[in-house]
Design a protein around this ligand. Sequence first.
Ligand code: ADP
Ligand code: ADP
Length: 207
Amino acid sequence: MSGSIVLFGPPGAGKGTQASIIVEITGKPQVSTGDMLRDAVARGTNLGAKAQNFMSQGLLVPDEIIIGLIEERLKSSDASDGVLFDGFPRTIPQAEALADITNVSAVISIEVPDEDIIERIVGRRMDPQTGEIFHITFRPPPSEISHRLIQRKDDTEETVRQRLSSYHKQTKPLGDWYQNLGLLIPVDGTGQIEEVRKSVAIAVSEL
Ligand code: ADP
Ligand code: ADP
């Protein structure tokens, strides 16, 4: 299938977790703006310094920074047949800028109510060696790697509440925008990880 796929949903919906099955089925590379921003912060770049304050407060990073990052990323040869966007776009101006540079063929929306989000995010842990995402209750890590797992600094209850508020104000309207374009494919994200994975796989196979 040509064009890019967008993985859409609130923070903690399972976008990062479900990205791998879409990559497996489509062969498109995953492009996560959250991962790109954290990498820029860790490397101490100018862009990282600009983004860090917004991220630590749970606010969206300004559109022009994000759009610049994506424009650069899409110049790579591995992006020529489209990519899987994870956590981008998050505002209507970002989606408009994206429409000018690439063709979006589907938006997979992982739907999870707010009441499930806080527990998912506060229990999230990441393996810095592989990038793999675990959860202290819902996806416990193998004991031999549990000592090296890290918790993101912005995965606190207070920051999650702010991120959810940013999501409702700035990102959710984008779901309606994509629905009006006939691109939105809702997937129930409330089941267990394996169940959601099956639903995502079916949705992507039908594209
Ligand atoms: P996002 O990329 O949308 O922010 P993640 O994929 O990082 O979300 O998932 C957030 C947390 O919730 C992780 O700890 C992950 O293991 C867990 N998680 C993901 N999907 C589910 C699910 N279906 N049920 C329970 N926990 C889940
Ligand atoms: P989550 O899915 O858990 O919300 P991400 O890793 O996607 O987390 O994003 C972490 C933070 O990076 C966001 O809270 C926000 O500050 C910033 N960010 C990531 N992607 C975008 C984007 N497309 N637009 C604006 N800010 C972004």
